[in-house]
Design a binder for this molecule. Structure first.
Ligand code: ATP
Ligand code: MG
Length: 689
C-alpha cells in the first residue's frame, strides 16, 4: 500500500548524530559531535525518506493525485502527469490532472473555512514601523477577497485576463492575488522596489490592462511614492503602445506611522480609489470561477540574475498541489500550533509559493512583514520572532549575511524558544552563515533547512528533509519527493554516484512552469534544448557518496583554470570564512596562460582596513581550503556588490567589470537594487596584469 501524505511531516524529530563527512574543502562542515544539532528524540532513520521517495518515483500519478485529493476539485479527471521533455519527439509540454476543474483561491479560503478555520488568523501583518500591526482571520480575508473580486469584475476583468499588481508587503497584496485567482484572472506581481521602466516593461510584456497599486509606503526611513512611479510607468506604457485601461489604488499611508519625510503626496483620482471601487461594486456578482487544471494561475518574471527576466507561467492544479505539499514537508508544517514567517517579498516566487499559496492552502497562521531587517535596527527580525513566537522562519543567505555582521546580542536579547525550523533560499549558503544560524540563532535546537529551487520550478527541488534524515552541517540536500534530479557531464552523459556536473531533472512534477508567457520557443530553447529529454536548471551541483546534492552555483559561473573546474561558490565560501569579510563574489576572467583565472570582489565593513595584509590572509585561506589553483589573481575591494532586488549577486555584471568591459556594455541592469555600485567597482578596478 502506498503511504503518501504527511508521512515525512509526521516523522519525529531527527536524532542529530552527524553524518558529517568530507566533501569538497570549501563545503567544510562543522565538527561532530558538539557542533551538530542534538535532538533527543527517537530518529526513525533515513529509510523512511528513501522509501517514500522511491514510491514517489515508481508511481508518480498515484503519489501526486493522492496528495491532490486532500484539496478541493469540482471535477476530477483520471489523468496524472503527462509531459514531453524532448523536442525531437514533439512539442515540449507538462500537464497535471488535465481536464480537472478547481479554484486555488477557493482552496485557500472557503475550503479552510468549511474545515472550521474561519476565525483563525491567516496573517499577522507587521508594518515597516515597529508598532504598526494588524491581523486578519480566514473569514475576514475571504470577505476582502470577494469584495475585491467584485471590483475586478466591475472593471471588466474576465477569466484569462492579466492583472498587474504593484504593491508592497501589505495584506492587500495577497488579497489582490487571491481575488484574481478567484475569478480566473492571471496575476502578474511586480516587486514594489522596481522602477517605472521595469514596471512598464513587465506590464507590456504580460499584456496587463489593469494595474493594482497603492499611494506609497516606507521602506526603513525612505518614503517610496509608489503611485507616482506607477503613473510614470503608465506614461511609458502609452509611449510603447500598451494601454493600461484601469488602475486601482489603495490608500495605505493613512494607516501607517511615517518613518521619514514624505517625498511627495500621491494624487489618486476618485475612480482609482480602492475604497470607492469597493463601494461601487457591492452589487456586482463575483462567484468562484471554476478553472481548468491547466489554465494559467499567474505569470512571474524571474530575478534577472543571468539575463533579461522571463515571464514564467504557472497553472492551477499542478502548482496548487506542489505548493501545498512542499510547504508541509519542508517546514514540517503544524498548522494547529505553528506561527510561520516567510520573509520573502511576494514580488518573487518564494513570496508566491511560501508566503501566500503554500501557507494558506495548509491553513497556517503567517507573519507578513512590510519592512526590512535593518530597520529600526538589525534586531527587528528577532523582535518579530519573539513577539509572535515564530516557530518556522524562511529567509535568505543575503539577509543572514547582513544580520550576522552585527553583534550577537541583537539576536540573543530576544526569545526564540519556539523556533524549530529556519529555511533559506536564493543562493548557496556559505558555511559561516550556516554556522551562525545554527549556533547563534538556533542555539543548536533548530533545523537549518537550505532549499534549492527556482521561479520555474514553482516549489522546492532539493531540501534537507530534516524530519527524516540526519541534519548535515552545511547544505547537502536530497531531492524533494517526486523530483528526479540528475547530474550531466560535459558531454551530456549522466554521472552515476559521486560527481560534479550540470543539474537537470529527467521527469516532470506537478508544480513546474508550463511555458514562458508569449514565447514558447524561448521556453524550449532555454530549458529543454541544452540537453534534450531533461529540464536544464542552469545550475551546477556536486553529489556526494550518500547521494546528497551540493549546489555550486550557475554553470555559467564555473571556471576552468588550467584544466581544473572550479566553482565560484567554493572560492567565495573560503573567502567569507575570513573574519573581516561580510560578502564575497568571485568570477572568472580570461588569462593568457591558464585560460581562466578567479577574480574576487570582497566587501568588508571598514574600507580603511582593506590592506595587502588582509588580501594575503584571504589568499592563504583559499590556498589551504581549496588549493593554489583557486587563488584569485585579483582581490578587489567592493564597497557594495551589484544585486538583484531579491538579493542575489549579479555575477554577469562582475564578469564584465573583471574583463574591463566598458561601463556602457553591461547589459540589462533594470533589476539591480543600486546601479551606482557598478560605477564604483569599475573606477576602482586595479589594472589587470
Ligand atoms: P534569471 O533566471 O532571470 O537569471 P534567477 O535565476 O536569479 O534569475 P530565481 O528564479 O529567482 O531567478 O532564482 C533561482 C536561482 O537561484 C537558481 O537557479 C539558483 O541559481 C539560485 N538558488 C536558489 N536557491 C538556491 C540554493 N538554496 N542554493 C544555491 N542556489 C540557489
Ligand atoms: Mg534563473
Amino acid at each position: 500500500m502506498l503511504r503518501t501524505l504527511r508521512l515525512i511531516p509526521t516523522l519525529s524529530r531527527a536524532n542529530m548524530h552527524s553524518t558529517a563527512h568530507n566533501f569538497g574543502a570549501a563545503q567544510a562542515r562543522l565538527k561532530e559531535p558538539e557542533d551538530c544539532l542534538a535532538f533527543n528524540a527517537e530518529f526513525p532513520g533515513p529509510c523512511h525518506y528513501h522509501q517514500l521517495y522511491e514510491e514517489s518515483l515508481a508511481n508518480p500519478d498515484t503519489f501526486w493525485t493522492n496528495i491532490a485529493s486532500q484539496l478541493h476539485f469540482k471535477h476530477k479527471s483520471d489523468k496524472g502527469l503527462e509531459y514531453n521533455f524532448d523536442q525531437r519527439k514533439g512539442d515540449v509540454f507538462v500537464k497535471f490532472m488535465d481536464g480537472s476543474i478547481t479554484n486555488v483561491a477557493f482552496n485557500c479560503l472557503e475550503r479552510n473555512i468549511f474545515r472550521g478555520l474561519g476565525d483563525k488568523i491567516a496573517y499577522k501583518w507587521e508594518g515597516n514601523a515597529d508598532g504598526d500591526y494588524e491581523s486578519i482571520t480566514y473569514n475576514e480575508l475571504r470577505t476582502k477577497v470577494v469584495e475585491f473580486s467584485r471590483v475586478l469584475k466591475n472593471r471588466g476583468v474576465k477569466k484569462g485576463d492579466v492583472v498587474g499588481i504593484y504593491l508592497p508587503m501589505i495584506v492587500e497584496l495577497p488579497i489582490a492575488m487571491l481575488a484574481c485567482a478567484r475569478i480566473g484572472a492571471i496575476h502578474s506581481v511586480v516587486f514594489a522596489g522596481f522602477s517605472s521602466n521595469a514596471l512598464a516593461e513587465r506590464l507590456r510584456q504580460s499584456g496587463a490592462k489593469t494595474l493594482i497599486t497603492c499611494d506609497g509606503f516606507y521602506r526603513g526611513k525612505k518614503h517610496i511614492p509608489l503611485k507616482s512611479i506607477a503613473d510614470e510607468a503608465l506614461m511609458i506604457c502609452k509611449n510603447i503602445n500598451h494601454s493600461v485601461e484601469s488602475t486601482i489604488c489603495f490608500e495605505h499611508l493613512k494607516r501607517v506611522t511615517a518613518t521619514g519625510a514624505a517625498s511627495e503626496v500621491a494624487v489618486i483620482n476618485d475612480e482609482e480609489n480602492w475604497d470607492n471601487a469597493v463601494a461601487d461594486s457591492k452589487e456586482v456578482s463575483a462567484p468562484v470561477e471554476w478553472c481548468q487544471a491547466e489554465d494559467p494561475l499567474f505569470i512571474l518574471y524571474t530575478s534577472g540574475s543571468t539575463g533579461a527576466p522571463k515571464g514564467i507561467v504557472h497553472t492551477n492544479a499542478g502548482y496548487m498541489t506542489s505548493a501545498y505539499y512542499s510547504m508541509q514537508v519542508t517546514f514540517d508544517a503544524k498548522p494547529e500550533t505553528d506561527v510561520y514567517w516567510c520573509m520573502a517579498d511576494c514580488g518573487w516566487i518564494t513570496g508566491h509559493t511560501y508566503a501566500v499559496y503554500g501557507p494558506l492552502l495548509n491553513g497556517m497562521t503567517s507573519v507578513l512583514f512590510e519592512g526590512i531587517p535593518s530597520f529600526p535596527d538589525y534586531s527587528r527580525t528577532w523582535k518579530i520572532v519573539d513577539k509572535h513566537q515564530v516557530s518556522k522562519l524562511y529567509t535568505s543567505p543575503t539577509a543572514v549575511r547582513s544580520m550576522m555582521a552585527h553583534p550577537d546580542h541583537m539576536v540573543k536579547d530576544y526569545e526564540r524558544s519556539k523556533l524549530k525550523v529556519i529555511g533559506t533560499v536564493g543562493e548557496p549558503m556559505n558555511p559561516c552563515a550556516w554556522k551562525w544560524l545554527n549556533e547563534v540563532v538556533g542555539e543548536k535546537a533548530c533545523a537549518i533547512v537550505d532549499t534549492y529551487w527556482q521561479t520555474e520550478t514553482g516549489c522546492h527541488l532539493l531540501t534537507s528533509h530534516h524530519t527524516a534524515v540526519p541534519q548535515q552541517s552545511g547544505c547537502g540536500n536530497l531531492p524533494f519527493l517526486g523530483i528526479s534530479p540528475q547530474l550531466l557531464d560535459d558531454n551530456g552523459k549522466k554521472i552515476r554516484g559521486e560527481g560534479h556536473g550540470t543539474l537537470v531533472v529527467d521527469r516532470a512534477w506537478p508544480g513546474m512552469m508550463r511555458t514562458i508567457w508569449g514565447d514558447h520557443k524561448r521556453f524550449i530553447d532555454a530549458y529543454f534544448s541544452p540537453y534534450p529529454g531533461y529540464y536544464f536548471t542552469g545550475d551546477g551541483a556536486k553529489r556526494d557518496d550518500e547521494g546528497h546534492y551540493w549546489v555550486t552555483g550557475r554553470v555559467d559561473d564555473l571556471m576552468n583554470v588550467s584544466g581544473h573546474l572550479l566553482s565560484t561558490a567554493e572560492i567565495e565560501a573560503a573567502i567569507a570564512s575570513h573574519p573581516m569579510v561580510v560578502e564575497a563574489a568571485v568570477v572568472a576572467t580570461s588569462h593568457k596562460v591558464k585560460g581562466q583565472t578567479p577574480y574576487a570582489f570582497v566587501t568588508i565593513p571598514d574600507t580603511a582596513k582593506f590592506s595587502d595584509k588582509i588580501v594575503n590572509e584571504m589568499k592563504a585561506i583559499i590556498r589551504k581550503k581549496i588549493g593554489p589553483i583557486a587563488v584569485p589573481d585579483i582581490i578587489q575591494f567592493a564597497p557594495g556588490l551589484p544585486k538583484t532586488r531579491s538579493g542575489k549577486i549579479v555575477r554577469r555584471i562582475l564578469r564584465k567589470v573583471a574583463d574591463g568591459e566598458k561601463e556602457a556594455n553591461l547589459g540589462d541592469t533594470s533589476t539591480l537594487t543600486d546601479e551606482t555600485v557598478i560605477h564604483e567597482l569599475w573606477v576602482n578596478r586595479p589594472i589587470k596584469l
